[in-house]
Design a protein around this ligand. Structure first.
Ligand code: NAG
Ligand code: NAG
Ligand code: NAG
Ligand code: NAG
Length: 434
């Protein structure tokens, strides 16, 4: 008797565990992402507050957290201001304690609460603001279909203000940081829904059809039934623990660095000082991936070397035409063939630490500036001093590529162009029934 009821209980617990874990893994958060035609920002939408309000945000892959402009009529019956040193205040290493606020109590005015420094990467402006928790809702998927919205009861973000709400795409009132912190969108979602911190970016090259960010593991199924999480190549994600940009000493950079060792054009090594690609003692150097730059930005000597190598590799029957700013090598389309992976131009390879190669084909290396003119879609870092990060891989180079950021294994999975597999990041079935 005792043993049979025990095994029955065991069976029940087994059933319960199985169905519970299925529920946890079959539905994962995801975001629909649309490229804004005017600003070239990647715009998405979440819901927060009680009652729920839809909020448009621009993606910032290396951003520390979500910030929202709280001065645009923030109303909610469920927001909380965490007290200094409580666990939400420790999601970031560097928060400040706001001991007293002398305006009437509101979402962005409380005593003994913590704050941080929301930054608008598109206007390069920053301010300070409190950390706030509130109800958060996001679309979900099983990797193939759109499923109902799922809720996080207390998701932490930072209040921004009208001061930094400048230069954002139309209708956007904040920035969604996907960076390497415990407070970023992927980190808070994986901690609440209890899956490995892993997410995948699949940005559409079109402003008319949307791409997606998938949180958690694959499949990430694109029509016609291509799982973009299969056959990825991998390279380590590198932590730059030395100050970069707006960070603080001792805080690792929230940006995703990868180890590019050299660059090749048509399999020939581009000639520049490759030690620029490694970190120096001050933490300068390296390569990041960024959704804040529409085109890859290169330090001047690397840029000049790449343009010169590309021009040399271009077949002689392709006519070079006057440059169209900000680009440095433009061509008539007349003798450029077209292929499934874009215009038939010399390939550009990023040779990675893992000896893997990220090959960039025409669809990602060239941009159409007029009907009959294509330009090499890389730009020069125009600063009076050497940029901190010499290679910033921008939006045009990652569109229609699936990039999986795996923080557990600290590696980047990359697909190279999905156009080669006859699909694209615009091919997720957003029309599927909820
Ligand atoms: C914070 O505390 C001060 C001093 O006790 C008080 O005057 C002020 O109204 C409080 N502010 C809020 C937002 O509660
Ligand atoms: C936060 O601080 C801890 C302890 O000092 C350190 O180990 C960790 O790397 C820091 N995290 C970040 C993101 O800087
Ligand atoms: C390459 O760059 C490094 C670091 O900026 C510098 O120390 C070195 O002298 C350079 N080498 C050459 C050959 O210019
Ligand atoms: C998209 O999903 C819907 C609902 O699941 C389905 O009816 C439709 O056939 C799918 N579209 C394609 C092209 O597979």
């Amino acid at each position: 008797m005792a043993s049979s009821s025990l095994s029955l209980a065991f069976l029940f617990s087994l059933l319960f565990t199985v169905s519970f874990s299925e529920a946890k893994t079959s539905s994962r958060p995801f975001l629909k992402v649309t490229k804004d035609a005017k600003t070239l920002q990647y715009v998405t939408q979440i819901s927060q507050r009680t009652p729920l309000v839809q909020v448009k945000l621009s993606l910032d892959l290396g951003g520390e957290f979500i910030w929202v402009n709280c001065e645009k009529g923030y109303a909610s019956s469920t927001f909380t201001n965490p007290i200094c040193d409580s666990s939400p205040c420790q999601l970031l290493n560097t928060t400040s304690c706001i001991t007293a606020c002398f305006s009437p109590p509101s979402v962005d005015c409380a005593n003994n609460t913590c704050g941080s420094f929301p930054t608008n990467p598109f206007g390069s402006i920053s301010t300070s603001g409190p950390i706030v928790g509130d109800v958060f809702a996001i679309q979900s998927t099983d990797g193939k279909n759109v499923l109902p919205m799922i809720k996080v009861p207390s998701f932490y973000f930072v209040c921004g203000s009208n001061n930094i709400d400048i230069g954002l795409a139309n209708g956007v009132t904040g920035v969604a940081g996907l960076g390497r912190t415990k407070m970023s969108l992927p980190a808070q979602l994986s901690s609440y829904f209890e899956y490995d911190t892993k997410f995948a970016l699949c940005l559409s090259s079109s402003t008319k059809s949307s791409g997606a960010v998938f949180f958690g593991d694959g499949p990430y199924t694109l029509l016609p039934n291509v799982d973009a999480s299969s056959s990825l190549s991998y390279t380590p994600l590198i932590i730059n623990s030395i100050i970069t940009g707006g960070g603080f000493v001792g805080d690792a950079s929230p940006e995703y660095f990868i180890g590019v060792k050299s660059i090749k054009v048509n399999d020939k090594r581009v000639n520049f000082n490759e030690s620029l690609l490694s970190f120096d003692a001050e933490g300068r150097g390296g390569t990041i991936i960024s959704t804040n730059k529409p085109y890859t930005v290169l330090e001047t000597t690397i840029y000049k070397a790449l343009v010169s190598a590309f021009v040399k590799a271009m077949p002689k029957n392709v006519e070079r035409v006057p440059n169209v700013a900000p680009f440095g090598a433009c061509y008539s389309t007349k003798n450029i063939g077209s292929t499934r992976v874009g215009p038939a131009v010399p390939s550009i390879d990023l040779v990675l630490e893992s000896k893997n190669v990220w090959r960039i084909f025409g669809a990602n290396s060239m941009v159409a500036v007029k009907n009959d003119v294509l330009c090499l879609a890389f730009v020069e870092a125009r600063t009076d001093f050497a940029p901190t990060i010499p290679v910033v891989i921008g939006g045009h180079q990652i569109e229609d590529n699936l990039l999986q950021f795996d923080l557990e294994k600290s590696r980047l999975g990359f697909s190279s162009t999905l156009l080669g597999r006859s699909t694209s990041c615009a091919n997720f079935n957003f029309t599927s029934a909820v």
